[in-house]
Design a protein around this ligand. Structure first.
Ligand SMILES: C[S@@+](CC[C@H](N)C(=O)[O-])C[C@H]1O[C@@H](n2cnc3c(N)ncnc32)[C@H](O)[C@@H]1O
Length: 272
């Protein structure tokens, strides 16, 4: 299955003829090729990062960052279907309000669940402390609406400033493996901000909260995306968990007035 995906990408990159020939050869050759394609994509991704940084240094405020995220794409040559891009799945006015509070506490340790196309990862790193460590978790699979290619990591690394660190964990956030990897990075230090935007089912968001809120320091922030009721999305039940949890905490809600059918950011201040 994977082999087919990479093969079609490769066909796009080098015109298809060589690959068609190689496809007729043994699986062994193909697997070797998959590895080299990954390396090739890492290089493209790295080049995209260099290009991205050229624009990044010119950014002076939120709007500049937002426009950059909105418009940036990179491809090795004009007709390639393979583009390196960054996308944000947040409402602009909601993320602005959230970032105002986020910046105030100058977070040095941040955990994000839901890396995807890097949008929130970018804004979290830009508005964090210049020495911040950011851990970002996503599933180890790639499909429509989930995960990202590991080849994209060199591009994502271009988001951080000089003294920041970004750790990429490609695990299901509900597993012991994910928790262990987070613990290893934290080395007993506590998280300042936890941003939950992964599995949106009731059970999923609850599990993320249960797994990772113990690592958040007292007074730290725990944010949830998609807290408004999503009538058209069966699997989005963040609102159910959010309405349960907010009752016992100091909380803030950022819900854009323009059409309330999706998104919404809720945050609680951890009180223990
Ligand atoms: C809505 S996207 C995140 C968007 C991103 N935060 C942004 O706004 O730019 C949700 C991501 O969560 C990931 N996800 C879903 N369930 C997960 C789980 N159990 N563990 C880790 N990641 C998960 C999906 O693969 C997907 O990439």
């Amino acid at each position: 299955m994977n082999i087919k995906i990479y093969t079609s990408i490769q066909a796009d990159m080098i015109g298809g003829r060589v690959i068609n020939l190689l496809e007729k050869l043994s699986g062994r050759v193909l697997i070797d090729l998959v590895d080299s394609v990954q390396l090739f994509y890492k290089l493209i991704s790295f080049k995209a990062g260099i290009e991205f940084k050229k624009y990044l240094v010119q950014c002076k405020n939120f709007d500049d960052y937002y426009n950059l995220v909105d418009s940036f794409t990179y491809s090795l040559y004009k007709k390639s279907k393979y583009l390196v891009a960054i996308k944000l799945y947040q409402k602009k006015d909601e993320i602005i309000e959230f970032l105002k509070i986020f910046t105030k506490i100058k977070p040095k340790l941040i955990l994000e669940i839901g890396t995807y196309d890097g949008g929130t990862l970018f804004f979290l790193s830009k508005f964090a402390h210049p020495d911040a460590t950011i851990i970002t978790i996503d599933l180890p699979i790639i499909r429509q609406g989930a995960g990202y290619s590991p080849a994209k990591i060199p591009f994502y690394k271009a988001f951080k400033s000089k003294n920041q660190k970004i750790h990429f964990i490609r695990e299901n956030s509900h597993t012991i493996a994910a928790i262990t990897k987070v613990q290893k990075i934290l080395k007993r230090k506590k998280i300042d901000v936890l941003f939950i935007d992964g599995d949106h089912t009731y059970k999923g968001v609850k599990k993320d909260y249960e797994n990772f809120s113990p690592f958040v320091r007292k007074g730290g922030l725990i944010a949830f995306h998609d807290i408004v009721e999503h009538p058209n999305e069966l699997k989005c039940e963040v609102d159910r968990f959010w309405n349960e949890i907010k009752e016992n905490c100091e909380y803030r809600e950022f819900i854009s007035e323009k059409g309330k059918k999706w998104a919404g950011i809720g945050l609680i201040y951890k009180n223990t």
